[in-house]
Design a binder for this molecule. Structure first.
Ligand code: PLP
Length: 493
C-alpha cells in the first residue's frame, strides 16, 4: 500500500472499529457458532494473487462482517461479565496503532531510546497512581518497573529471578526447589514452575505446594508456615511464594504482610527467598485510595504485578511488573551475544529491557499506557473503577435481597460470586445442576455472558458451583447490569 492508500484504508478501518463499538449492544455476547464454522468460511489455500490495492479491500471488509464477527465473543460488550474483563479504550487502541505504525523494536535502549525511557516513566507514573512503595520506582537504587505481556510471564520472570537469588545465597543448583501459593492462586504459578523445571509435572505437589485457604479463600499463613518448616526439615529449598491479591475464582485477598512475616520467621527471606504479589485483576483498583488496604505489606514483597489489560482501559497485552531487586532479574535473564553489544549498554547508564523479560524483542507498548494515562488522568481512572464497584455493590444487594439466591462469598471489588440457594432437602449435586442450568439458560440468550467457578469446601460443607458476575467493561452502564439481573431473575423461575 502506498502511504495514501494506507491513509484511506486506515480511515475506513478506524470507522469500522468505531461503528463496531457503537453496535456492541446488538451482538450476541458469547459467540454462537459451532466448532469449525469460521474455518469453513476461509479458503484452504493462501491467495496466489494479492488484493491489488485499495478497492480490493472491499472484500476484506465484507469478510469482517461475514466471517469474523459471528465468530467473536464480544469482550468489549457492555454485557460481558465473564472471567475478568479485558477492557480496551479509544486512547489505548490509538496507542497500539501508533506502536504498529512506528514499528520499532525496543529490545535495547539504543534500538529506540524513546521506547525505553517512556516505559520507565509511565511505569513510575502508574506506581505513583497505585501508591506502590518507592522501592519499586526506577528512581530507587535497586528497583523499577517493566511491561510484560501477561501476568503469567510476570510470575515466570519473578520465579527465575528468585531461584537465581537463592542460588547466590549458596543453594546448590540441584536443590529440591519448592514454590508456594494458595490453592486458589492462578494456574500460571504452576505453569511457571513447570517451565523453569521446578515442577516435574502438572501434578507435582512436592515442588509446588498449594496451601489451604480460610473461609474467604485467602491463603492461611499458619498453613504456609507449617509447609515451609516441613520442607526445610526434609532438606528442600523454599524459594518462592506467590501471594494473590484478587484470586481468579472469587477475588480473595491473601494477607501479604502476614505471608512476608512467615518468610522472615522461617529464614526463607534471609536465604534469598522471594515474595511475588499477583494482583492481575485487583491491582487496577489501587488507583482509588479507598482500596489500598488490599496491598497492606506490599513493601515487604520482592515483586508486584498487575494487568492494566484487565481493568485499566488498556487493550491486551499489558502487564505492569515491578521489582525492588532488578539485579536478581538481570542475573537470571541477561545474556549478551556480540551482536547486541553497544556503547550505551556498556556505559551502564541505560536500561535494556530485554534483560527484564523472556523474549529478546519487544513492542513499544508504553505508548498505549501513556495515552490512557494522559487521556483519562488519575481522576478519570478512579471514576472508571468506582463506577464498576458501585454497579457491583448494587448487583450484590439485589442478589442478597432475593430469597431464591445467595451471595456465595462477600463481594470483592467488582466481582460478585453468587448462586441459587439450595432448596429444602436438595442434594449439593442437584443445587449445582440448577445453577449450571441457570448459567446455560442466560448465556444462550446472547444478551449477556457470565462464567462460573467452583469454590472449595468450607467448614465441612461441600464445594459449591457458583456464578461469577465480573463487572468491568469500558461501556458497561447501570442499565446493562440491571438487564443482567432481570435476565437471571427471570431464568431462575
Ligand atoms: N493471575 C490472576 C490472579 C488472574 O486472574 C489471571 C487471569 O485471569 C492471571 C494471573 C493470568 O493472566 P494473564 O493472562 O495476563 O497471564
Amino acid at each position: 500500500l502506498s502511504p495514501d492508500e494506507f491513509r484511506k484504508l486506515g480511515h475506513k478501518m478506524v470507522d469500522w472499529i468505531a461503528d463496531y463499538w457503537s453496535r456492541l449492544d446488538s451482538f450476541p455476547v458469547r459467540s454462537q457458532v459451532p466448532p469449525g464454522s469460521v474455518a469453513a468460511k476461509l479458503p484452504v489455500h493462501p491467495p496466489e494473487e494479492g488484493l491489488g490495492g485499495e478497492p480490493g479491500w472491499d472484500a476484506v471488509f465484507r469478510d469482517l462482517e461475514d466471517v469474523v464477527l459471528p465468530g467473536l465473543t464480544h469482550w468489549q460488550s457492555p454485557s460481558f461479565f465473564a472471567y475478568f474483563p479485558a477492557n480496551a479504550s479509544g486512547p489505548a487502541v490509538l496507542g497500539e496503532l501508533l506502536s504498529a505504525g512506528l514499528g520499532v523494536q525496543g529490545m535495547l535502549w539504543s534500538t529506540s531510546p524513546a521506547a525505553t525511557e517512556m516505559e520507565t516513566r509511565v511505569l513510575d507514573w502508574l506506581a505513583e497512581l497505585t501508591a506502590l512503595p518507592a522501592s519499586f520506582l526506577s528512581t530507587s537504587a535497586t528497583g523499577g518497573g517493566v511491561i510484560q505481556g501477561t501476568a503469567s510471564e510476570a510470575t515466570l520472570v519473578a520465579m527465575v529471578a528468585a531461584r537465581e537469588r537463592v542460588r547466590g545465597h549458596g543453594a546448590p543448583a540441584n536443590s529440591q526447589w519448592v514454590a508456594y501459593s494458595s490453592t486458589q492462586a492462578h494456574s500460571s504459578v504452576l505453569k511457571a514452575a513447570m517451565l523453569c523445571g521446578v515442577a516435574r509435572s502438572a501434578s507435582d505437589t512436592v515442588h509446588v505446594r498449594q496451601i489451604e485457604t480460610d473461609a474467604h479463600f485467602a491463603l492461611r499463613p499458619d498453613a504456609l508456615e507449617r509447609a515451609i518448616r516441613e520442607d526445610l526439615a526434609a532438606g528442600r529449598r523454599p524459594f518462592f511464594v506467590c501471594a494473590s491479591v484478587g484470586t481468579t475464582s472469587s477475588g480473595a485477598i491473601d494477607p501479604v504482610r502476614a505471608v512476608a512475616a512467615v518468610l522472615e520467621r522461617t529464614g526463607v527471606t534471609a536465604s534469598g527467598g522471594w515474595l511475588h504479589v499477583d494482583a492481575a485483576w485487583a491491582g487496577a483498583a489501587l488507583v482509588c485510595p479507598e482500596h489500598r488496604a488490599l496491598l497492606d505489606g506490599v513493601e515487604l514483597s520482592d515483586s508486584f504485578a498487575f494487568n492494566p489489560h484487565k481493568w485499566l482501559l488498556t487493550n491486551f497485552d499489558c502487564n505492569a511488573f515491578y521489582t525492588r531487586d532488578k539485579r536478581a532479574l538481570l542475573d537470571a535473564l541477561s545474556v549478551t551475544p556480540e551482536y547486541l553489544r553497544n556503547a550505551a549498554s556498556a556505559s551502564g547508564a541505560v536500561i535494556d529491557y530485554r534483560d527484564w523479560q523472556v523474549p529478546l524483542g519487544r513492542r513499544f507498548r508504553a505508548l498505549k499506557l501513556w495515552f490512557v494515562l494522559r487521556h483519562y488522568g488519575a481522576r478519570g481512572l478512579r471514576a472508571h473503577i468506582r463506577n464498576h464497584v458501585r454497579l457491583a455493590e448494587h448487583f450484590e444487594s439485589q442478589v442478597s435481597g432475593d430469597a431464591r439466591f445467595e451471595v456465595a462469598v462477600p463481594r470483592s471489588l467488582a466481582l460478585v460470586c453468587f448462586r441459587l440457594e439450595p432448596l429444602a432437602g436438595e442434594t449439593p449435586e442437584a443445587t449445582d445442576a440448577r445453577n449450571r442450568a441457570l448459567l446455560d439458560t442466560v448465556n444462550a440468550t446472547g444478551k449477556l455472558f457470565l462464567t462460573h467457578t467452583v469454590l472449595p469446601a468450607v467448614d465441612g460443607g461441600p464445594p459449591r458451583y457458583v456464578l461469577r458476575m465480573a463487572i468491568g467493561g469500558t461501556y458497561t452502564e447501570a442499565r446493562h447490569v440491571r438487564a443482567a439481573w432481570e435476565a437471571l431473575s427471570a431464568a431462575a423461575g
